[in-house]
Design a protein around this ligand. Structure first.
Ligand code: 13P
Length: 237
């Protein structure tokens, strides 16, 4: 069976009720795009709003983070069961911004990954090296370690080189393919592997044409309807 192609938007900490409505309306005018799954991972406070708008549509709902705990005295945290109840299909875990800015380590990421699956959703596991790690020749060691920590049996994997995120400096198609091919050998054959990091309408088609790249995880460009739609279209086989 062919691997599913997927383009997911990671809105990060952006949005408002009014701008969300306008963006989702614009996306839904043109979705679905034949042969490509699409999703938006929105901030927690807007999951209910987006979930209502997306019910019965081809655009799937996702969250950007989750607690590793099932429930309890964890002020400010959000459980996987809550996300499932709100209609999330996907949850991003291990994003480099969580790892770097909020100190999430491999063990915590693994616990979050398991919590998402236990609640019946699909984790999108992010792995990626920093520029210093790449220059030291440690890319494979780093992404290999991050992947191994979760004991990946199913889910979506996203290669997001830290130096390419929000920098306008995307990995070249060849650089992405090299790491994707390394990752491909370490996950089940049907696994969808996304590339993320400064994906734009201008570079998406070349990156998605690589044999081991099955779509993208899109930050900044996912906030602009036309850009996100053009990127989804670029993922058609
Ligand atoms: P940018 O597309 O803004 O570089 O962000 C990528 C990313 O972090 C997606 O999760």
């Amino acid at each position: 069976m062919a691997r599913a192609r997927l383009v997911a938007g990671n809105w990060k900490m952006h949005g408002s009720r009014a701008s969300n409505r306008a963006l989702l309306d614009a996306l839904l005018k043109e979705l679905p795009v034949q042969g490509v799954e699409s999703a938006v991972c929105v901030p927690f406070p807007y999951l209910a709003q987006a979930g209502e708008r997306l019910t019965g549509t081809a655009l799937h709902l996702g969250a950007q983070n989750v607690s590793e705990h099932a429930q309890g005295a964890y002020t400010g945290e959000v459980s996987a069961a809550m996300l499932a109840e709100l209609g999330c299909r996907y949850v991003i875990v291990g994003h480099s911004e969580r790892r770097q800015l909020y100190g999430e380590g491999d063990a915590q990421v693994a616990a979050k990954f398991a919590a998402v699956q236990k609640a019946g959703m699909t984790p999108i596991l992010c792995v990626g090296e920093t520029l210093a790690e790449r220059e030291a020749g440690k890319t494979e060691a780093v992404v290999g370690r991050q992947l191994e920590a979760v004991r990946f049996e199913s889910g979506v994997l996203a290669y997001e080189p830290v130096w390419a995120i929000g920098t306008g400096r995307n990995a070249s198609a060849e650089q992405a393919q090299e790491v994707h091919s390394f990752l491909r050998q370490r996950v089940p054959a049907q696994t969808t592997i996304l590339y993320g990091g400064s994906v734009k309408p201008q570079n998406a088609a070349a990156i998605f044409a690589m044999p081991d790249v099955d779509g993208g995880l899109i930050g900044g460009a996912s906030l602009v309807a036309k850009d996100f739609l053009d990127i989804v279209k670029a993922a058609r086989t």
